[in-house]
Ligand binder design. Structure first.
Ligand code: C2E
Ligand code: MG
Ligand code: MG
Length: 575
């Protein structure tokens, strides 16, 4: 084919032709940066026609995504060197933003003053996309989208140096799926791949966004938990992952079962470099396989013992809760500890305290099982049961002749934060024909201090319902009296640790009496916990404390002893 001929032109005409033909967008501005002329490539790239930009400042192309520092550097460089080039982000007329490589040159008149600027640029989005794609491919597993071995290595270096700097340990878990080969062999690789994708999703869903999940290859995965606070919390995550991964997988028409074996090691206790840590996690993982699969093992035997002890409790707790909600052989019960009004000497309230008796493990203290319930999310069903049971028993106490007796229920952080709390409370009150003021809710000082705004909002809602609110264990946390005045509460419960030594420790005595004065000034009732002796009672009376709770009056009582005990106590006082 014959090429079109170009007529013989002058050099000026050729230059003008070049301006029109080049693929690079070009604009010419005056010294004040008003656009004088643009070429066709500019129109193609930006979407603006010549008369839409002539006389305007190139600012009209800006997307807002380029940093002010970049523009400062451009201005400085143009003023000093007469030239600048770099990457900036602009916006096309249709609204799409794009990165461009811009080069700006200043032109000068005979006196050396800037007369014009020439700007030329190319759209670099496709090469940038390609670079990002290449980076993504180099760092991710193509099947699952998880981090790959390269990304894991660099992530591990980062986590290691942070851990060395801060002294905060981190955990490394090696996860191998049991019998995965069977899936591949019997159902084919396509189903095997689908299963791996689902496993990766469950791994991602069960750790924090700041943790790392990587696929080493095949059915082997690694999870790094940074900034761990205790071996127990690592065990809790390992147990959660074991459970989540062992749930059946519904794939196409198949219901597949695949369980994990997990090896866990901790930096720095189990190794100081990536290779050692991976090697030790690997041997812990083989130990998990040898233990019958579908479990996790720590590299260090003593950590294993502690973690598995906890796991035993967790499994037992789950089971006990199921039995309680199904009302077969309930292992939980509530005990009630009387609260005495110091002035009258009468019992005016009861604190409901949860008890767990396991057929083999025996009596497990609430401080232990409440914490495990919190960590595993079981506190919601357990807390609901406690709440309903407390209301049910109060209804029985009333029927047994106890009037004007309030029952206090302890609320955990998760219960307090749960949006259904007012609904649960209204439901239980209505069901047992109770008034809101029959009920007192105790939250600990540390619960109240977590997310104060949210706490205030919830407490206000509960107070508006007419429920009495108390801060429990006051004096063990931040003890911020200035914060306390913002909380819509009625009562402060002084922690037992202060009450214990008030007779012998002048500091504790001073803190007690100062707290009582301040509490009263804020319009709060003061309840002293753990009062065991007459001397403690008399001292607390002398400094104006309102209520007492402790072994001096009674230990927490089984529900069926409450009516007789309280009736007899109040009869003696009244007599
Ligand atoms: P708490 O709410 O401060 O309960 C008071 C604890 O002090 C109870 O221990 C009680 O038995 C004990 N105590 C009472 N008087 C005395 C005394 O004179 N001397 C001594 N040494 N101890 C006394 P318990 O029942 O072991 O409960 C411990 C903690 O477990 C409770 O502290 C509370 O934080 C938590 N807890 C108990 N039941 C529940 C519950 O139903 N829900 C929630 N969320 N937490 C609960
Ligand atoms: Mg309490
Ligand atoms: Mg307490």
């Amino acid at each position: 084919m014959k090429k079109p001929s170009t007529p013989i032109m002058s050099v000026e005409a050729l230059r003008a032709h070049a301006f029109d033909c080049v693929n690079e967008a070009v604009m010419i501005t005056d010294a004040e940066s008003n656009i004088l002329d643009i070429n066709p490539a500019f129109i193609r790239m930006t979407g603006y026609a010549a008369d839409e930009v002539r006389g305007r400042n190139p600012r009209l192309l800006a997307s807002g995504k380029t940093s002010p520092e970049t523009y400062d550097a451009m201005r400085r460089s143009l003023a000093i060197e007469g030239h600048w080039q770099g990457e900036i982000w602009d916006r096309r007329k249709d609204g799409r933003t794009y990165p461009k490589w811009l080069s700006v040159t200043a032109l000068y008149d005979a006196e050396g003053n800037t007369s014009h600027y020439i700007g030329s640029f190319t759209d670099i989005s496709s090469s940038k996309d390609a670079v990002e794609r290449m980076y993504y491919m180099a760092h991710h597993d193509p099947l699952t989208g998880l981090a790959n071995r390269t990304a894991l290595d660099s992530r591990m270096e980062l986590v290691l140096s942070a851990s060395r700097r801060t002294g905060i340990p981190f955990a490394l878990m090696l996860i191998d799926m049991d019998n995965f080969k069977q899936v591949n062999d019997t159902l084919g690789h396509a189903v095997g791949d689908q299963l791996l994708i689902r496993i990766a999703d469950r791994l991602r869903d069960n750790v924090r966004a700041s943790d790392t999940v990587a696929r080493l290859g095949g059915d082997e995965f690694v999870v790094i938990l940074a900034d761990i606070d205790s071996t127990q919390s690592v065990a809790a995550v390992a147990s959660k992952l074991t459970r989540a991964l062992a749930e059946p997988y519904e794939l196409e028409r198949h219901l597949l079962y695949s369980t994990p074996s997990i090896g866990v090691c901790i930096h720095p206790d189990d190794g100081g470099d990536p290779d050692t840590l991976l090697k030790h996690a690997d041997s812990a993982m083989y130990h998990a396989k040898a233990q019958g699969r579908n479990n996790f093992q720590f590299f260090t035997p003593s950590m294993n013992a502690a973690a598995h002890e906890r796991l035993r409790f967790e499994t037992a707790l789950r089971h006990a809760l199921e039995q309680t909600t199904l009302q077969i052989a309930p292992q939980f019960s509530l005990h009630f500890q009387p609260q005495v009004d110091i002035a009258s000497g009468r019992i005016t309230g009861l604190e409901a305290l949860a008890r767990w008796h396991h057929p083999e493990l025996g009596h497990i203290p609430p401080t232990i099982f409440i914490q495990i319930a919190e960590e595993t999310g079981l506190i919601r069903p357990l807390g609901d049961w406690i709440f309903w049971e407390a209301c049910r028993k109060l209804c029985d106490f009333k029927a047994g002749g106890l009037r004007d007796l309030r029952v206090a229920v302890n609320l955990s952080t998760q219960q307090l934060r749960h949006e259904q709390l007012p609904v649960v409370i209204r439901g239980a009150l209505a069901c047992y024909d109770l008034e809101p003021w029959d009920l007192e809710l105790e939250i600990t000082e540390s619960t109240a201090m977590q997310n104060p705004e949210a706490t205030i909002r919830i407490l206000e809602q509960l107070k508006d319902m007419g429920i009495v609110l108390a801060i429990d264990d006051f004096g063990t946390g931040y003890s911020s009296l200035s914060y306390l005045k913002h909380l819509p509460i009625h009562r402060l419960k002084l922690d037992r640790s202060f009450v214990k030594d008030i007779e012998s420790d002048t500091n504790d005595a001073a803190i007690c009496s100062a707290t009582i004065v301040l509490g009263h000034n804020l319009g709060l009732d003061l309840v002293a916990e753990g009062v065991e002796t007459v001397a403690q009672r008399d001292y607390l009376h002398s400094i104006g404390c309102d209520l007492l709770q402790g072994f001096l009056c009674s230990k927490p009582l089984p529900a069926d002893e409450v009516v007789a005990f309280v009736t007899e106590w109040n009869r003696r006082i009244g007599a």
